[in-house]
Design a protein around this ligand. Structure first.
Ligand SMILES: [Zn+2]
Length: 240
């Protein structure tokens, strides 16, 4: 059966002599693996369709859960995401989220749209740490793992010293914190609250220091790493 879907390339790996297996995040089918035959030959016209972060309209043939590339109409190359190291690791963090934490074959249009918005913001030159923070907070919300920053998730008080409770996914006060709760600065909490749900086109008006953004992302990193496999790209991004 022939099918058509919008998709974003997460990764592509060499396969057989001239082929690639593309991990594609698609609008209609969620994360899928696409067999691109002959795409590594010198004269292959569809080489671009396996480039990391390529966004295109993919025409595929589908047999059960196996997809084979027929053709692709590129909608946006997002090439700029590969030109700057911070931007690159930010885009890789987004791609790794989709690779690690979404189910194969499950369409989640909200996540697809968020991903396109994040890539567009990065291409427009918005601070990569800010875009990453915005994306991860929304990604967690869509997955039902929203972080709570308003008041202590245990007793409801407005604490003077903040900690992040890794089990409960929110801030806690000094009295309610567990042994493994992480201290989190007031400025990082304020940044997370402000960035959370803010439209992407408004992000460029925010002016946080890199230190505050890294503190905020570190907390999100620890929270995600507590429940899932750690995001290697985010770890790299925080070390830059
Ligand atoms: Zn409390």
């Amino acid at each position: 059966m022939d099918v058509s879907t919008k998709g974003i390339v997460l990764t592509a790996t060499d396969y057989k002599e001239n082929d690639k297996l593309i991990s594609l995040y698609s609008l209609e089918y969620g994360k899928i693996t696409v067999h691109a035959k002959g795409i590594r030959k010198g004269n292959a016209k569809l080489k671009f369709a396996a480039d990391q972060f390529c966004f295109g309209q993919y025409e595929l043939s589908k047999l059960d859960d196996f997809f084979t590339l027929k053709t692709c109409d590129q909608l946006e190359s997002f090439y700029a995401l590969r030109e700057d190291v911070m931007t690159y690791y930010s885009a890789c963090t987004v791609a790794e989220c989709l690779s690690n934490y979404t189910e194969e074959g499950q369409s989640e249009p909200n996540i697809f749209i968020e991903t396109l918005k994040a890539f567009s913001s990065l291409t427009d030159g918005v601070e990569p740490l800010l875009v990453t923070l915005r994306y991860l907070l929304e990604f967690l919300r869509i997955q039902g793992l929203e972080l709570q920053f308003d008041s202590c998730v245990s007793c409801g008080s407005k604490p003077s010293k903040y900690f992040l409770d890794l089990q409960r996914g929110g801030i806690v006060c000094d009295l309610c914190r567990a042994a493994d709760s992480l201290p989190i600065s007031l400025r990082a909490v304020a940044a997370c609250k402000m960035v959370d749900s803010m439209p992407y086109d408004k992000l460029k008006n925010l002016n946080f220091t890199l230190e505050v953004l890294k503190d905020s992302l570190h907390v999100v990193y620890r929270y995600i790493s507590h429940g899932f496999s750690p995001l290697k790209s985010l770890n790299e991004l925080l070390r830059l």
